[in-house]
Design a protein around this ligand. Structure first.
Ligand SMILES: [Fe+2]
Length: 460
């Protein structure tokens, strides 16, 4: 099969060009050619087309081979340049090859031309492959060295075989050679080598990819937080010979996260303190029920945990419990502390505390529906509660839980108008009215926390 060959012929003789082309065809090529014999024509030909080969005469009236070689050099192209001449002295030939010609063939020995071309084309291919590989290497080397992460190739003797520039910067070294050839133990010290690197490198030799977080002491920078990844590196035969270890410094992000966490905890504490202050405010006016909301919060929280509610819901139930009677702030103190049974009118005034509580809390943006939970804490499953007479699942679960905790607490402790009734009576009440007034699941959980889990109501 013929090989297509794009040939630029630098020759002032049409006949000589035809002779060369015939020789190429005989040698199995299918030449596509253009003949030039001036500087401008050669420049135009080089910029217009891609050439596999340049064959140049030596003796031309308008153009010299030296000029042709210099034009080729200027173009930056790597094209095999072979001189085909009738008369070229040894000295000239050597000089032209110094200038960049690849070979020369005498016209009277034209049969040498095809083997010379084949060899030169092959060498040009090899040069091209080498150049591509070098370019690729330079690019990847550039990427590796401009990477701010520390990257290293570590062999099975724990020796650094290659590190990127980030290593010299981090360890304040002038050159990577000060690290390459040294062991991980030398660079980080025996303790850090044993505690941080050795075990992970050993796992890496077994093919494991590892990613972990470590605080490491860095010269002049102090403790820094790194995400370290270990990737096994295999040689051509598939054996793991090295580990590629990348250290990504994310101390700044870690510090921001820590500060955020601290301010979140502080904010939580502020919320808790505010809720406690509000809770205490209502109890100031009603010393007989002092600690009531706190005790209800304890029972409601224990029920919620027993029911496996998510932590966030448990927190919401706790906050709403601490505030559930805040509306009592608008009920006259005389009624709150009245030692005898309440009249219907007085009871109607007391009942308003659910709605008052809702009104007070609705504009506060809690992460839970605290105002609604407070509004519904006296609703009952059969619709007999207040203020809206809601039934069953229309009542918020949080309110159903607080409702049960509220009743139990109220019966266990004394009230201005009666003595304490005790835990047994309280549990009897919720058992008797299970599914009628109270949510059956909440009742079951409440009984379990007292009778099986030994829950004790805290005095305050
Ligand atoms: Fe209440």
């Amino acid at each position: 099969m013929e090989t297509l060959l794009q040939v630029l012929l630098i020759d002032d003789s049409e006949d000589d060009a035809l002779l060369i082309l015939r020789e190429l065809r005989k040698g199995g090529f299918h030449p596509i050619s253009e003949r030039v014999d001036t500087e401008s024509a050669m420049k135009a030909a080089l910029s217009n087309k891609k050439w596999d080969l340049i064959l140049s005469d030596y003796n031309m009236p308008l153009f010299s081979t030296y000029e042709a070689l210099s034009i080729l050099k200027e173009s930056g192209r790597d094209i095999p340049f072979i001189i085909v001449s009738g008369a070229i002295g040894e000295e000239n030939a050597v000089q032209l090859m110094k200038e960049g010609a690849h070979d020369y063939v005498m016209k009277d020995r034209i049969r040498r031309l095809v083997p010379v071309i084949n060899r030169e084309l092959q060498e040009a291919d090899e040069r091209n492959l080498r150049r591509t590989a070098e370019t690729r290497y330079r690019k990847s080397d550039f990427i590796v060295n401009t990477f701010s992460d520390m990257m290293a190739l570590i062999n099975r003797d724990y020796i650094y075989e290659s590190v990127n520039k980030s290593y010299d910067k981090t360890f304040k070294k002038n050159n990577r050679i000060e690290i390459v050839g040294h062991s991980v133990r030398d660079l980080w010290g025996e303790e850090v080598f044993q505690e941080v690197f050795k075990e992970n490198l050993d796992r890496c030799w077994h093919g494991e990819e590892i990613s972990c977080e470590e605080w490491l002491e860095i010269p002049e920078s102090g403790k820094q937080c790194f995400e370290i990844t270990y990737t096994p590196y295999q040689d051509g035969g598939g054996s793991i010979t090295h580990a590629v270890v990348v250290l990504h410094n994310f101390t700044k992000r870690k510090m921001v996260e820590r500060e955020l966490q601290q301010s979140y905890v502080k904010l939580q504490k502020t919320l808790e303190d505010t809720v406690r202050a509000l809770s205490a405010m209502v109890e100031l006016r009603d010393p007989y029920t002092a600690g009531h909301q706190n005790r209800v919060a304890g029972i409601a929280q224990a029920i919620a945990v027993e029911m496996n509610l998510p932590n966030d819901s448990v927190s919401g139930i706790r906050v709403a419990s601490l505030l559930h009677d805040i509306g009592k702030i608008r009920v006259p103190s005389d009624i709150l502390v009245k030692p005898s049974r309440l009249t219907n009118l007085e009871f109607e005034l007391i009942k308003e505390h659910s709605y008052t509580g809702y009104e007070l809390l609705k504009s506060i943006e809690f992460p839970w529906p605290v105002a609604d939970i407070v509004l519904q804490h006296h609703e009952r499953m059969d619709g007999s509660g207040y203020p809206q007479g809601l039934k069953q699942k229309d009542i918020l679960l949080e309110s159903r839980i607080i409702g049960v905790a509220d009743v139990v607490e109220a019966m266990v402790f004394h009230r201005p108008y009666r003595e304490a009734l005790g835990l047994d009576a309280a549990l009897d009440e919720i058992r008797k009215n299970k599914a009628i007034l109270y949510d059956p699941e909440v009742v079951e959980a409440c009984i379990r926390i007292f009778l099986e889990k030994g829950y004790k109501i805290h005095e305050k």
